[in-house]
Design a protein around this ligand. Structure first.
Ligand SMILES: Cc1ncc(COP(=O)(O)O)c(C=O)c1O
Length: 405
């Protein structure tokens, strides 16, 4: 491959139509309502409510449902999973994950349920649905609420039905690295009139910040430009000279709730999200095609665990995550460095396990799979704008590295 290129770890898929939204001075609350209506219809729920970010959507949802209680969350994922719980006045309780799917482990959830538990909040991590039937069974048995964190999974399916319609409510994120993006944004889907009402009133606290939506769309376009492989090569080299140790994605809790999030979702962002929603099924098709190719090429490589797609699931591959086991020959950081030399910038989602992050510092070893995943996983680039040659190059680079260890 052209060594002037560096394939970025993620890249928003936006076109000129999204960018042109910036000149649309007529965007108003009608756009927000339209997005909420269309998104609810896409997922298969009666209602949807937009928020400034996915984490604020989770915070408002938890706050409206529980106080001083425990919310069971997976031990592997990003910090907003726990931050939103703490902001809402509740406490996270960690369940371990399955090492093959990176999703919450059902036995571990069962073990963590106690008299303080109010909510089970599984994450459909990396775009793969969690085992919803088993979780619904636990919800019924212990009379709990089930909130799906579907931040990474719009369009993913469990037994042929879209996730986000199984629990009492679900949250999706429109952050810049997600499949459907408006740079920032979040949305709750629910068919409960009561939850919908509560969310509508919590949302009334938030006001629009002047030109914030426009700023976000400009930032989205800027990121789209800098993540072009030629531009990214220059920027990455420059950044790496200043930061020889890659420290991205370190888990840092944002507590208390930063005021910057307490704003409303802007109509202009809804306008962009509506345009993205029309393309979502195409995006998913392309991600699945890339993933199929990578899996076909990398299947059987000793020491490399590839993403799984259980029979019940349609994975949307928001991230294509591999696990570099001991018998691969080199560790995941060494594989990352070797890939960089070949023009592939693999990502680190995530280098921490939530119970071991700063505010929790949990001793003991009850979430071993989360810990192992935080030490061994690496994300290969996968997004719709990658061309066939680039996807082939990613797979062949891994194979070449493995041949040389
Ligand atoms: C699983 C999960 N939950 C919640 C969030 C929070 O979403 P946002 O970044 O839109 O606040 C994210 C994304 O960062 C996520 O990946």
């Amino acid at each position: 491959m052209d060594m002037l290129k560096l394939i970025c770890r993620d890249r928003p898929t936006i076109g000129l139509t999204e960018f042109l939204s910036i000149f649309d001075i007529y965007s108003g609350n009608e756009e927000i309502r339209k997005l909420e209506e269309k998104f609810a219809k896409y997922i298969g729920t009666d209602y949807a409510v937009t928020f400034s970010t996915g984490r604020i959507a989770l915070y408002c949802l938890y706050k409206s449902l529980a106080k001083g209680k425990e919310i069971i969350v997976p031990a592997f994922g990003c910090m907003p999973i726990v931050d939103s719980v703490v902001w809402s006045g509740n406490q996270p309780r960690f369940a371990d994950i399955d090492i093959d799917t990176y999703n919450i482990n059902i036995d571990s959830v069962r073990n963590e349920i106690n008299e303080k538990t109010a909510i089970i909040s599984p994450v459909h991590l990396f775009g793969l649905p969690a085992d919803l039937d088993s979780l619904l069974e636990l919800k019924e048995k212990y009379d709990l609420l089930l909130i799906e964190d579907a931040a990474m999974a719009p369009g993913a399916e469990y037994k042929g039905r879209k996730v986000g319609s199984f629990g009492d409510a679900a949250v999706f994120s429109f952050e810049r690295s997600k499949l459907l993006t408006s740079y920032q944004g979040g949305i709750v889907t629910t068919s409960s009139e009561k939850i919908y009402g509560a969310l509508q009133s919590s949302k009334s606290e938030f006001k629009n910040k002047f030109l914030n939506g426009h700023k976000n769309i400009l930032k989205l376009y800027f990121y789209h430009v800098v993540s072009n492989p030629y531009v990214w090569r220059i920027l990455y080299n420059f950044w790496r000279r200043r930061h020889p140790e890659e420290t991205e994605n370190i888990g840092v809790a944002e507590q208390p709730l930063p005021k910057k999030y307490l704003i409303d979702y802007a109509p202009i962002q809804a306008n962009v999200a509506l345009k993205q929603l029309k393309k979502l099924d195409l995006f998913i098709k392309k991600r699945r095609k890339n993933a199929r190719y990578l899996t076909k090429k990398l299947e059987g490589v000793e020491g490399l665990a590839l993403p799984e797609e259980p029979d019940y699931a349609k994975h949307i591959y928001a991230r294509y995550v591999v696990r570099v086991k001991e018998d691969f020959g080199i560790d995941r950081m060494q594989l990352k460095e070797e890939l960089l030399k070949r023009g592939v910038d693999a990502g680190l989602w995530y280098i921490y396990s939530l119970p071991y992050t700063d505010p929790y510092n949990r001793v003991g070893d009850s979430c071993q799979n989360a810990l192992i995943s935080s030490q061994q996983t690496l994300t290969l680039p996968n997004y719709p704008s990658l061309n066939d040659e680039e996807v082939k190059h990613i797979a062949e680079s891994v194979l070449e590295i493995k041949d040389n260890v």
